[in-house]
Design a protein around this ligand. Structure first.
Ligand code: F6R
Length: 242
């Protein structure tokens, strides 16, 4: 595991975008695993800039998002599908059919989870997975007490996650209580992983993830077992590390 400490959010975003762009330039038909939330927004902006400057080309790239809310359609402004189109896909030349997000409206959610897993496996797994981290240590929506062996599945969101996500909704009651998420097994099968974190509110969980014991109570701690993970942390997020 490699740790890169940078000054601030902007530097973290640029560093992550440079690594993603190298991946695309080394393998133009690569498979990227993508995250939503606040943390990757700056990285997406940088990647859009690099695309406009013709430094990278997304024509052959395939993406798989980590997760989607359960019971919310892609047209809903709160959905992760909407987020990805608005903040990234609409601004680059990726083929829509090459972008994958779990369908939170699927009638048979277990079947949808199996479909998603087999799509990922059919592409030969993920070349580079981008992760954010929840204050409770979740990656994707793999909440504490996670089963490390799980693939894509329906999850009950923690109260802490629901509260954290309520900033995107008018009312906390509107925040979905469930999501469909890639499992730890999908994530651990990625060839390379970048976890990005910024801000003092992530400092405790970053310390537990990197220096604590590997435990389902801190899902991200499993990354200690991954042979090719880079943490890109700004000063505040890294401030409690030894
Ligand atoms: C979202 C995801 C989540 C977020 C995490 C941090 O696709 O996978 O694990 O990365 O909740 O969210 P932010 O970046 O908003 O702090």
């Amino acid at each position: 595991m490699k740790i890169i400490k940078v000054r601030d959010y902007e530097a973290m975003s640029k560093k992550a975008a440079v690594i993603v762009s190298s991946q695309i330039n080394m393998k133009n038909d690569c498979v990227l695993g993508l995250a939503t939330g606040d943390t990757p927004l700056g990285m997406y902006k940088e990647l859009i800039k690099m695309y406009k400057e013709e430094i990278i080309d997304f024509k052959e790239v395939t993406t798989f998002n980590l997760d989607e809310y359960y019971g919310i359609s892609g047209e809903n402004e709160q959905s992760y599908k909407y987020y990805m189109d608005k903040n990234f896909f609409n601004h680059i030349n990726i083929k829509p059919e090459n972008t994958h997000i779990p369908n939170g409206m699927a009638e048979d959610i277990e079947e949808e989870a199996r479909r998603y897993d087999s799509l990922i496996q059919g592409m030969g797994d993920i070349d580079l997975q981008i992760l954010g981290i929840g204050r409770n240590g979740h990656i994707g929506f793999n909440e504490p007490d996670v089963k490390f062996e799980a693939c894509t599945h329906l999850v009950d969101l923690d109260d802490e996650t629901i509260e954290a996500n309520s900033r995107f909704f008018d009312d906390i009651e509107d925040v979905p209580k469930k999501a469909i998420s890639m499992g730890i097994k999908n994530i651990m099968h990625a060839d390379k992983i970048i976890l990005i974190a910024s801000g003092i509110e992530k400092a405790d969980v970053i310390k537990e993830t990197i220096e604590g014991s590997i435990s389902p109570n801190v899902p991200a701690s499993v990354l200690q077992l991954h042979p090719n993970t880079i943490f890109i942390l700004d000063e505040a997020a890294a401030s409690k590390l030894n």
